[in-house]
Design a protein around this ligand. Structure first.
Ligand code: URP
Ligand code: ZN
Ligand code: ZN
Length: 462
């Protein structure tokens, strides 16, 4: 064996037990009470948990968006992943209007390869559904990209989709083993509320709070309901990204009970923060899309995670630093939308979810690792500690205490949505395919070590 992780409490989505993990040639080779060979490296994991590495299946690294480019690149975003127990990230290759999706994938891969510290994959981002895009999908899925995001908003970015297109895409991908992810917000209602409130007087009076005023829960709920209707009608596989409302959780639960193939993701920002963040002087820093909702929504999302009506956690990392955020100049329609996220995904879920008793540690593994792997066609290579799986694992120390401070983090951001928050429990080591890439909150990996993960079918496999 090349490496033995000894005496840790192994925690998977379904089990917890003390054992050693033997790693050979970047794979999990054996689990048990192991005697080291000559030359095996030993990591002592006593008093620590050993988990499958997290998969952050929703990141936007160096995304051209809101008139700027998101501040975490493939390099810094995956340094942050390595520091935070995330062994695979999934970014988006968003098609430019008039160009092919394949070209977008090719250039996104070229941006990532040679830069990444952990493994990565891509979702397609469909913005121009025409005969040739329709045709490309089959080959793209065969090449290992089986999930495609479509946007029910973002007219000004040129990303907006329409209902007939969504229906057709659900039908086409269903036959090929693919899944459609939707950014579900109701564009017409949203745009009319923005137009109504976009006045100098209101902006001076409400500031960043207008982000809340213009996005009542119905904006997300109506769009989720509509997308579910199309999934029910077509039998296609639907994934609701970054779900922020309690209504959303209820709609997904009811749809799944009727047999609709729908999966939902939420993120730490919706579970832990609440809309009060928009009231402070720097309220605009927190603007993300959909926006952070109420405490009650957060509680309903936690309940949804517990009862299985929300199945995955992803961060929607789209980092903007303070200079970029300040480009708003008091106009809520000009704030670059997005937050840093990957680096704190695991510690936040542990601190606010497991330690408070909202979810079990096994559930945390299911939501952050095993379910994303299953839904996005990476299981059991990723998301498991099965014999033969990639040796992607995290040695997690439940006793580490720290105070969040962006100055000590790997993410390329000069502020944190969780600045000064006290956390207990942090990844001690992050291991990708048998190699230590993160240690005690720092990236210690090698640039370019991360590989593209070719995925199988995506869908409602839970
Ligand atoms: O505000 C966000 N979430 N920015 C990234 C783009 C998206 O919609 O996920
Ligand atoms: Zn989105
Ligand atoms: Zn996103």
């Amino acid at each position: 064996m090349d490496l033995i992780v000894k005496n840790g409490t192994i925690v998977t989505a379904s089990d917890s037990y003390v054992a050693d993990i033997g790693i050979k040639d970047s794979k999990v080779q054996t689990i048990g009470n192991l005697t080291p060979d000559n030359g095996s490296r030993i990591i002592d994991a006593s008093e620590k948990f050993v988990l499958p590495g997290f998969i952050d299946a929703h990141v936007h690294l160096s995304l051209p968006f809101s008139g700027t480019i998101s501040a975490d690149s493939f390099e810094t975003g995956t340094r942050a992943a390595a520091a935070g127990g995330v062994t695979t990230v999934v970014d988006f290759a968003i098609q430019a209007k008039g160009s092919s999706l394949k070209d977008a994938i090719k250039s996104r891969k070229a941006e990532a390869d040679g830069e990444v510290f952990v493994d990565y994959s891509l979702h397609g981002g469909i913005t121009d559904w025409n005969a040739s895009t329709r045709q490309e999908i089959s080959e793209i899925i065969k090449d290992g990209i089986s999930s495609f995001k479509m946007f029910m908003i973002y007219k000004s970015e040129g990303w907006l989709t329409t209902d007939p297109v969504l229906i057709d895409a659900l039908e086409v991908t269903k036959k090929l083993g693919g899944m459609i992810q939707v950014h579900a917000e109701s564009v017409d209602l949203l745009d009319s509320l923005i137009a109504k409130h976009h006045t100098q007087e209101e902006m001076e009076k409400h500031g960043a709070w207008l982000h809340v005023i213009t996005r009542p829960n119905i904006i997300e709920a109506e769009a989720i309901q509509r997308a579910i209707t199309w999934a029910e009608y077509t039998g296609g596989h639907l994934f609701i990204v970054h779900m922020s409302t309690g209504e959303g959780a209820d709609l997904v639960k009811a749809a799944r009970a009727r047999g609709v193939n729908v999966i939902a993701e939420t993120g730490p920002q919706y579970l832990i923060l609440n809309e009060d963040v928009f009231k402070g002087d720097n309220g605009h820093y927190f603007a993300t899309c959909p926006q952070i909702k109420s405490e009650a929504d957060g509680q309903r999302l936690w309940a949804g995670l517990r009862d299985g009506s929300v199945q995955t956690i992803g961060t929607d990392t789209c980092t903007f630093n303070t200079e970029q955020k300040n480009m708003w100049n008091g106009d809520f329609t000009k704030i670059p939308f997005g937050l840093p996220g990957t680096e704190l995904m695991m510690p936040l879920l542990y601190n606010d979810g497991v330690r408070t008793g909202k979810i079990s540690l096994n559930k945390m593994v299911e939501l952050g690792s095993t379910n994303p792997a299953k839904v996005f066609g990476m299981y059991p290579q990723k998301g498991s500690l099965n014999i033969g799986a990639d040796a992607d694992l995290v040695v997690f120390d439940p006793e580490i205490n720290l105070t969040v401070d962006y100055r000590k983090m790997e993410t390329n951001c000069d502020w944190s949505p969780f600045q000064d928050k006290q956390l207990q429990g942090y990844p001690y080591l992050t291991i990708v395919r048998g190699k230590v890439v993160g240690k005690e909150g720092k990236c210690v990996g090698e640039k370019g070590y991360g590989k593209f993960v070719k995925r199988g079918f995506s869908g409602n496999f839970l």
